[in-house]
Write a protein of this length. Structure first.
Length: 365
């Protein structure tokens, strides 16, 4: 099992089992947040562990052995809670421990009647709103019925420092590893709780994430584009919108269920007139602005022919035209992305993305 739908189904059914076996809801989510399952989900490591029997996974998490799995095909409030938690983690990229703390399972059950028939964006907005009501440290103290004074005494962290963490989650995210570790140990919670967001593949050289200053900490929509790195000798093929003075790596959005390689071939042909043969996807860049996620996949391509460009009305109005320029000049153009921060945020974002793409693919940085 490694497809997203099946994994969501497995996760939701665990909640059904917990409800049917009358587990304490806080104890269940606490155990779940520390489990091997959660670690794999947050790192997107969908391996053979997910092929285990659900009852065995439930035992791994809770220590409770049940003889029969009656969760399949049950779509009740428990299932909705599990499914919604999974979706919240996907959309916000927050650690599960953070989501369980900010929106406890008891509260999730209470709001079931209100939100289960609504569009998921309504639950997202509610979650973002309640996340601002109380900080992580305040919620931990309330949940464990302790005080900052005691936490300071037990952890050896100064009361003034803890007060800063208690006032602002941002300050806690900047805490030293030693302080974060001590707090996690005192409250018996995963240290991942003090990570602002889970990086999907931060050690993967074929992957880059960009977070805009205006990112709302969740995304409602995802847009996918395929772009082509076309090199001939020491030059690279770019497109230049002369009426807007904007350079870009050629490419664009996929249409319906269009395959990625078909998309990049079509987009480059339409924008430049060159017919290319994509070889492989060399890089994925995920950008987060406001409540949107933009995925750009960069394919290495060879020119195999030439036809006539077919520009859209908007592209023609922008004066889009293909240009071969030296690779070093392209990198230099895009390196000036920060110059446009005040006058043109869209241009700044495009140049930052293309600069990072060329540095990673061509220079290996």
């Amino acid at each position: 099992m490694n497809d997203l739908r099946s994994t969501k189904e497995l996760f939701a059914r665990l909640f059904v089992l917990a409800f049917w076996n009358k587990m304490n809801l806080l104890s269940f989510t606490t155990a779940l947040s520390k489990s091997e399952l959660i670690k794999k989900l947050e790192l997107k490591e969908y391996d053979d562990y997910f092929n285990k029997e659900l009852t065995d996974i439930f035992f791994d998490i809770t220590g409770n052995r049940i003889n029969e799995d009656n969760s399949y095909g049950v779509y009740n409030d428990a299932y909705w809670c599990g499914y919604s938690y999974f979706e919240l983690q996907l959309r916000t990229q927050k650690p599960f421990a953070y989501i369980f703390l900010k929106l406890p399972l008891t509260k999730m059950v209470d709001i079931y009647t209100i939100y289960h028939e609504m569009d998921f964006s309504s639950l997202l907005e509610y979650f973002v709103r309640i996340c601002k009501e109380k900080t992580i440290l305040r919620l931990l103290c309330e949940q464990r019925r302790t005080s900052l004074t005691k936490a300071s005494y037990e952890t050896g962290i100064g009361l003034a420092t803890l007060a800063k963490y208690n006032a602002d989650d941002g300050a806690l995210y900047k805490a030293s590893f030693q302080n974060a570790f001590r707090i996690a140990e005192f409250f018996d919670c995963p240290i991942s709780l003090f990570v602002q967001r889970i990086s999907q593949r931060k050690l993967d050289k074929g992957f880059i994430e960009i977070y805009g200053d205006n990112y709302m900490d969740y995304f409602s929509n995802t847009r996918v584009a395929c772009r082509g790195i076309v090199i001939n000798g020491g030059s690279i093929l770019l497109v230049y919108a002369k009426n807007n003075d904007v350079w870009m790596i050629p490419g664009g959005g996929a249409e319906n269920d269009e395959e990625e390689t078909s998309c990049v071939k079509r987009e480059i042909s339409e924008e430049t007139g060159y017919i290319v043969g994509p070889t492989k996807c060399a890089l994925e860049i995920d950008e987060y602005y406001e409540n949107e996620k933009y995925i750009s996949k960069y394919f290495l391509c060879n020119v195999v022919g030439q036809s006539k460009a077919q520009l859209t009305e908007q592209e023609a109005k922008a004066g889009l035209e293909p240009k071969w320029i030296p690779i070093k000049d392209a990198i230099d153009i895009f390196s000036k992305h920060q110059q446009y921060a005040k006058e043109d945020e869209i241009k700044r974002g495009i140049y930052l993305r293309e600069y990072l793409a060329l540095r990673r693919i061509i220079q290996g940085k």
